[in-house]
Design a protein around this ligand. Structure first.
Ligand code: CO
Length: 291
């Protein structure tokens, strides 16, 4: 990787870390989810950066992929465990980071995913396997009495691409990809009081264009025109100018042009925490870009 590319990753990381921390401070009981996402996404644009994906705001058993919809009436409630997951990019060079805000009494759960992340970051250096990172995460989370979420993983990053190989599991397994100098990826442990497996809810607010092909219905064409500048990065239903985009979104998803990102949740009544950083593997460890 060229020095200029490393610099862009580091600069994007600084912006993301600062805005994630500011966003976390805005999360209080009674604050509308919609005002939080608008504020945080606005801060990214004001910083001269781009959003690599809509701000994810997922509460309680919802682990990932929720965000506010247009006209969203939801507010943060007492006891909520709130995950915010932010993706910032500069010329496509992405910083992906997340944190959990506890509006209840769940310090242990929040600490579990954070510790899993720290133990994994300490282990990163060339030659280490992704399976070993998963083992470090699993051990930290289980030692605090929680379960890691087995079917959510960290992921490689590449220009304009938020999910590239390798996956970084949240549980140990023998083998896996071997880390090499210059590899850029995000580690994102999830700790849960539930089953340790997420499944899809009906709600989907986040979409991504995954294929280019001619589309006839005008409403669907307008959506593709609007999201072209995303260069394949995910977008929010809330960002579209069409106030009722559900029918064209559904048809584009059915035709394989768009991918839906349904909300991913553990069992009802459970609580999930998340912590995430982006890093670049160096000769003897890593640079965490989103500290
Ligand atoms: Co991520």
């Amino acid at each position: 990787m060229k020095d200029e590319e490393i610099d862009l990753y580091i600069e994007a990381g600084k912006i993301a870390a600062r805005i994630l921390a500011q966003g976390a401070r805005e999360i209080r009981v009674g604050v509308p989810l919609l005002s939080l996402v608008e504020k945080v996404e606005g801060m990214v644009i004001d910083a001269g950066a781009g959003l690599a994906f809509p701000l994810n705001v997922s509460r309680n058993e919802d682990a990932a992929h929720d965000t506010a919809s247009r006209g969203d009436q939801r507010v943060f409630e007492p006891g909520d465990v709130v995950k915010i997951d932010l993706g910032v990019h500069l010329d496509g060079y992405i910083a992906d980071c997340a944190t959990t805000v506890d509006l209840g009494d769940h310090e242990g759960l929040v600490a579990a995913s954070r510790e899993g992340l720290e133990r994994a970051l300490e282990s990163v250096r060339p030659g280490v396997t992704t399976g070993a990172l998963g083992k470090a995460i699993q051990k930290a989370i289980e030692s605090r009495g929680f379960r890691p979420v087995v079917n959510l993983t960290g992921h490689g990053l590449a220009p304009y691409m938020i999910h590239t190989p390798p996956n970084i599991p949240n549980v140990g397994f023998p083998g896996g990809a071997i880390l090499k100098e210059g590899l850029v990826f995000a580690i994102e442990p999830f700790a849960t009081t539930g089953s340790g497996q997420v499944s899809e809810k009906p709600r989907a607010e986040i979409f991504q264009q995954v294929a280019v092909r001619p589309v006839r219905p005008p409403a669907a064409r307008r959506i593709l025109d609007e999201v072209r500048e995303r260069r394949g990065m995910p977008f929010s239903r809330r960002w579209l100018s069409d106030p009722r985009p559900d029918i064209p979104l559904a048809s584009l998803a059915r035709d394989g042009v768009l991918r839906r990102y349904p909300v991913l949740a553990d069992v009802a009544g459970s609580l999930v925490s998340q912590a995430e950083h982006t890093l670049i593997v160096t000769g003897d460890g890593c640079i965490v870009t989103t500290r």
